[in-house]
Design a protein around this ligand. Sequence first.
Ligand SMILES: [Fe+2]
Length: 298
Amino acid sequence: MNSIRALDTEEVADPSPAPLSLTALSSTGAAEIPGLNLSRSLPSATIAAIRRALCDSPVLVFRDQSLSKSQQAAFSAQFGELEGHIGKLSDGSTFPLVHTLTNLDAERNVVNMDVAKLNWFWHTDKSYHAVPSFVTILHALEVTPEGGETQFSNAHLAWAALPPATQARLDGLQAVHDWVASRINSGTSPATAAQRRERPPVTHPLVRTHPETGRKSLYIGVHVSHVAGLPESESKALIAELTRHIGKPEFLYTHRWEKGDVVMWDNRALHHRALANYEIAAHPRVLNRTVVVGTRPV
Ligand SMILES: [Fe+2]
């Protein structure tokens, strides 16, 4: 791991926080920021520096954190409006803004993994929304002794690696993202009538431009129903081809979770998935999750 640069926090008129250093975890845009306690209120200059860091390193890791739900909400809210979730808890209630992802309940019974299975496929969070997510923040409370990693694919690198002729063919195409299709694609339970009403299909560019860096990226995933304007067979073949492409090792960072980790990622620059490579019933895996609303993809 090499320290790759210091973050400039001096230009913001705030009580002088120490400059942050960024330690690369991969060549694909993952980095660790040591030395911060996220449970405390951070200077606005530090928050601004973290935002800038996301532009170069869309996966940021903060180790050895211990956040209550309210502390995680407070940290997350400094990056924008917190977002609700379409899913329901087993008692039918709506997911809270800080919700818990787990495989085992308090009696160590395997919980309903239906929604979780969707996360085993490449996706960006809430791309079935007209205004999808900016950052997602996961805080690991309990981790499995092996497996259970989260894998990220850098969508900028995936785009840049395509031949120019392919880029020209893709740029300008629109993809339809749809919660109904998402459930079908992932083999999870069908969308309910209420979910169909609440979340109609939305159309996003297949190649999006990052609103802060101006870099282009592929924008696909399990929530995609089809590519607009293409025959069904051609659309399916293209989605399959691009899904294989984003899974290539040269675009990936695989995060091995440690208890206390906070991982924050920019959904506008990445696809991600959870690896179901552990014995679900053997060990609890518990993470608290917050999501910050983004902007409409262009
Ligand atoms: Fe996700």
